[in-house]
Design a protein around this ligand. Structure first.
Ligand SMILES: Nc1ncnc2c1ncn2[C@@H]1O[C@H](COP(=O)(O)OP(=O)(O)OP(=O)(O)O)[C@@H](O)[C@H]1O
Length: 480
């Protein structure tokens, strides 16, 4: 088992920050892995990561340390995930896309363009018995809905899990890409669709998490075996302090949803790094779409790298500190990447595809002949087969939906329990104080008013009632 790779990147000070406080920064260089961070009270904290990229670092350095080894492994069917995380305006999109994926200055090209080039370079230099096919998909998670950026009509894609392929997005578009130019053009179309959302549907690009997915299939002409590696690049929406931005209405709702999904990510990381190992430890992957999509990347079968993007400005030190703490915690996650989907015979795939196609064509022919209720039902069946519709009768689907509810209930019970424990702690303290006062009053022969005790008793009752409510809610969901 290896740890996930965690790097920190500090962008240069912005012109506004320079105007506000000159060259002052909240970090001090130690070496390429360590730096000293000064918090709001000027206390010094030392942080070490796999690599630290300071303000003068080049985009290529980030690619070489963070992404290149993962790209190489993906070409050998080991799944990989690269995540950019950090406060709004800290440089996540700059690191991921650069100033743009098309016609960009060669030095400023971001991870995406370099990953595309890396993939095609590896395919070219591989031996002649390997044949590669590369597919690209792009989705964004906005207000807890997964939207296909290559087909905007698919705006609520369902997440599924299978034993053989892990987490999958149902009915998502996959674009075949043949060369780097085609890949960049396709990527730029998807990115433009985020921008279209911004103007036409009021979806600002940075208010959503964006996931770029490369599927790399390698077929051996020698032994007819196929294996697939999935490479995900994730540009997370920026975390922000709602009170600092003064957000209202829709923007406030967006910020709350983003913060909720990022804290779900934090909870998953906490559960992976703090809890007991083994089956007893509940990992709340199902608490948000983001954690569900990243389930394989976090603690699963994936090589994962996290880039913690930070502002070096002292005015952002509290947000920078929480980004760094998040990264430091993530560093303890153990991953066990292994070759994925190996040994799947091409013959096996060949048998599957025509049968599926045949049954689909048969259904369509029948529909063309006579469209009545029975055939409409068959059309529905086709949609279910193709993953466009949810099948309420499917045992697998029902089980997944049931698991979602159970998992969310366990998480909320855990949360309630944590709150209960912390309140018990506070009450104990309060109680000790009261006991102290009682003893002091006894010594001084003063009468004690019992009014102080009432709030304590009533808060215990409230807590107990809340806990009972949660318990019944869980039981109802459980037995339904
Ligand atoms: N390493 C860097 N070098 C030069 N400029 C940078 C760097 N990182 C970020 N910037 C600049 O800082 C600004 C904010 O960066 P960016 O848009 O990438 O932030 P973000 O974290 O993606 O924000 P949001 O979460 O709001 O999308 C941009 O103008 C970008 O060009």
């Amino acid at each position: 088992m290896s740890n996930i790779t965690v790097c920190a990147r500090f962008r240069p000070l912005s012109s506004k920050e320079r105007r506000d406080h000159g060259d002052a920064v909240c970090i001090q260089y130690v070496d390429s892995e360590t730096f000293i961070f000064k918090d709001e009270k000027a206390e010094e904290l030392t942080f070490s990561f796999d690599r630290v990229f300071y303000d003068k670092s080049e985009q290529i350095d980030v690619y070489r340390h963070l992404a290149q080894p993962i790209v190489r492994d993906a070409l050998n069917a080991v799944n990989g995930t690269i995540i950019t995380f950090g406060q709004t305006g800290a440089g996540k999109t700059y690191s991921m896309e650069g100033p743009g994926v098309l016609e960009c200055d060669a030095v400023k090209k971001g991870l995406l363009s370099r990953v595309v080039e890396g993939i095609f370079e590896c395919t070219k230099s591989s031996d002649e018995t390997s044949k590669y096919s590369i597919k690209l998909s792009m989705v964004e998670i906005y207000m807890e809905k997964v939207r296909d950026l290559f087909d905007l009509s698919r705006d609520n894609i369902q997440i599924k899990e299978t034993k053989t392929q892990g987490i999958m997005l149902n009915g998502m578009m996959e674009m075949t890409i043949k060369d780097p130019q085609e890949a960049l053009l396709t990527l730029s179309k998807g990115i433009a669709n985020r921008a279209v959302g911004e103007t036409q549907m009021n979806i600002a690009s940075s208010r959503s998490h964006c996931v770029y997915m490369f599927t790399i299939q390698q077929e051996s002409t020698k032994d007819k075996r196929a294996r697939t590696g999935k490479l995900n690049l994730v540009d997370l929406a920026g975390s922000e302090k709602v009170e600092k931005t003064g957000a209202e209405g829709r923007v406030l709702e967006e910020a709350k949803t983003i913060n909720k999904s990022l804290s779900a990510l934090g909870n998953v990381i906490n559960a992976l790094t703090c809890g007991p190992m083994g089956r007893g430890n509940h990992i709340p992957y199902r608490d948000s779409k983001l954690t569900r999509i990243l389930q394989d990347a976090l603690g699963g079968n994936s090589r994962t790298a996290l880039l913690c993007c930070c502002s070096p400005s002292p005015t952002n030190s509290s947000e920078t500190l929480s980004t760094l703490r998040f990264g430091a915690r993530a560093k303890h996650i153990k991953a066990s990447p292994r070759v994925a989907n190996e040994d799947r015979c091409i013959r096996e795939l060949e048998v599957f595809t025509p049968i599926k196609r045949e049954s689909r064509d048969k259904l369509l022919n029948e529909l063309q002949e006579n469209l009545d209720i029975e055939h409409v039902q068959k059309l529905e069946e086709l949609f279910i087969q193709e993953g466009i519709l949810f099948d309420p009768c499917s045992i697998e689907e029902s089980e997944l939906a049931y698991e979602d509810v159970t998992s969310q209930t366990i998480s909320s019970l855990q949360l309630a329990l944590e709150e209960l424990l912390s309140t018990i702690g506070e009450l104990k303290k309060e109680n000790e104080e009261l006991m102290g006062r009682v003893s002091a009053a006894k010594l001084n022969h003063q009468p004690i008013s019992n009014s102080n005790l009432l709030p304590t008793i009533s808060s215990i009752l409230c807590l107990f009632t809340d806990w009972l409510k949660s318990f019944f809610h869980f039981s109802i969901n459980h037995y339904n």
